[in-house]
Design a protein around this ligand. Structure first.
Ligand SMILES: CC(C)(COP(=O)(O)OP(=O)(O)OC[C@H]1O[C@@H](n2cnc3c(N)ncnc32)[C@H](O)[C@@H]1OP(=O)(O)O)[C@@H](O)C(=O)NCCC(=O)NCCS
Length: 116
């Protein structure tokens, strides 16, 4: 899904949402263009995705992976109530280097508590 500025429609980034219906869960990944970093766009997009996933799709779990070289990503997830669930050592390769990855997630029960 595109992340755009409400008034102008300008594209600032994207967020994907990969459903795993057999487990009633979904994985997201987001990306924001560098000129638009640190303006709250990823945080806002994630809050919308959580609302959509839990309130409309009735999912039980929403999760994401992020490279440890991008702590801003973990920060955006924690601000939205996700917690660190796992640490995968040298899990992916970027520019010829193995990179560690963290997994963050939030369960439906945790989302419901946050709304109260
Ligand atoms: C991660 C990413 C999506 C964040 O987008 P964004 O729109 O800038 O995020 P927001 O503005 O909503 O929030 C960024 C938060 O991270 C914080 N942050 C920024 N740089 C940071 C750093 N180096 N270390 C820790 N936190 C950092 C900001 O202060 C802000 O938190 P705050 O609101 O509490 O101050 C963006 O950096 C990006 O596209 N990175 C490349 C792709 C990527 O790594 N995607 C994640 C894979 S799931």
């Amino acid at each position: 899904m595109a992340i755009t500025i409400k008034d102008s429609g300008e594209l600032v980034g994207a967020i994907d949402f990969k459903l795993r219906p057999e487990f009633n869960k979904s994985e997201f990944g987001f990306w924001i263009g560098v000129p638009f970093w640190n303006k709250g766009y990823a945080s806002e997009a994630l809050s919308v995705i959580l609302k959509f996933g839990f309130e409309e799709l009735k999912l039980n779990k929403i999760f994401a992976h992020h490279m440890i070289t991008n702590p801003a990503s973990g920060n955006v997830m924690m601000k939205n109530g996700l917690i660190e669930e796992g640490y995968l050592r040298e899990d992916i390769v970027k520019n010829g280097e193995y990179i560690d990855v963290k997994i963050y997630s939030i369960l439906r029960s945790e989302y419901e508590k946050l709304k109260k």
